[in-house]
Design a protein around this ligand. Structure first.
Ligand code: SF4
Ligand code: SF4
Ligand code: SF4
Length: 316
């Protein structure tokens, strides 16, 4: 039977480095890792706690002169594989420089939801996954909660839990089934009155710190070193602590991702203030599907609609 380690061993001679996850500072928080030494393959892990989308590192990795010609093996959940596909579509990453280890995905754990679902309070010492359950070990003993109860919002609406692009696939977990209405969260908000929606976003964005974690976590937000939100010439957004300036930043981010966002949810997951910024991007993804029948990051050969936009087309 294939294991993560056996698969990485099998591709090792074809790549210069492998990008994956390893155990972090506690059992709940695996961290990204670059494996450059064969003996470190043993440290790689994959489970529903491995939330970070590793494709965010690629554009910078290949911009570094000493790494431009390297070939990288990368672990990719379904949503991560869409990000990889979008990077390839836009010519930001060369497909030949990637060896993709696809991972069928049951959803990733929202640590806040897990904390809320627990009845015990002792520090967690171990977490295991089997039969759709999360088994949590602490000084208080062992308790189990259904994985479905504690997955992140992005996973509740995921349409590609089976990777869309890969060279080899590891089927350790059953992929999540496609939900009936992936845009239910957006539609629930849209069904409210204009005043209610305005109040919702004012309340949410008022909390924004403009830390730019949402931008920095985005695999497709590749011009962040020259971001309009921080540009002085021209100066689009001031540093004033006003909702108007915060809203403008989020509009810039959303519109720069229109027709490109792969709905990986990393912007929302990275937000320290728990602002549901993913909803803004989900709306643009929905519009791209409605207008152009286009789903970003699902076809490496497809041309993104805003790169091929024709102003003479009516009905847009
Ligand atoms: S969005 Fe889909 S592929 Fe990504 S972590 Fe959630 S279930 Fe897995
Ligand atoms: S991560 Fe959250 S707080 Fe930081 S800029 Fe983005 S929305 Fe604002
Ligand atoms: S905008 Fe958010 S959901 Fe879309 S690709 Fe970027 S991080 Fe992922």
């Amino acid at each position: 039977m294939n294991t993560l380690q056996s698969i990485v061993e099998s591709i090792w001679d074809q790549v210069d480095v492998v990008l994956g996850w390893r155990v972090g500072y506690d059992p709940l928080h695996p961290v990204p890792t670059f494996v450059r030494d064969r003996k470190d393959i043993a440290s790689l892990i994959w489970n529903p706690l491995c939330a970070p989308n590793l494709s965010v590192f690629l554009a910078k990795f290949f911009r570094t002169a000493s790494q431009r010609d390297k070939k990288i093996g990368i672990l990719a959940k379904g949503c991560d594989s869409r990000s990889l596909t979008a990077l390839i579509q836009e010519g930001l990453v060369d497909r030949d420089r990637l060896l993709i280890v696809g991972l069928t995905c049951p959803g990733t754990v929202d640590p806040d939801a897990l904390a809320a679902a627990r009845t015990q309070s002792g520090p967690i010492t171990a977490v295991a996954f089997a039969n759709g359950m999360v088994e949590i070990t602490s000084a208080d003993g062992v308790e189990c909660v259904p994985l479905d109860r504690v997955i992140e919002r992005r996973c509740q609406r995921c349409r590609h839990a089976h990777p869309v692009l890969y060279d080899v696939v590891l089927h350790d977990f059953e992929p999540r089934p496609v939900p009936k209405d992936p845009f239910a969260h957006v539609e629930a908000l849209e069904n409210q009155s204009l005043e209610a929606r305005k109040a919702f976003w004012l309340k949410e964005l008022e909390r924004c710190l403009r830390c730019y974690a949402c931008r920095n976590a985005c695999p497709l937000c590749v011009c962040q070193d020259h971001c309009l939100a921080e540009s002085r010439t021209p100066k689009w957004v001031t540093q004033k602590d006003t909702v108007a300036d915060k809203f403008l930043f989020h509009m810039i981010h959303t519109l720069h991702l229109a027709g490109r966002c792969t709905e990986c949810g990393e912007c929302e997951r990275a937000c320290p203030m728990k602002i549901p910024v993913g909803l803004l991007k989900e709306k643009t993804a929905q519009i791209a599907m409605d207008l152009w029948h286009y789903e970003s990051g699902t076809d490496p050969g497809a041309r993104p609609p805003l790169l091929s936009y024709d102003a003479s087309v009516t009905g847009i």
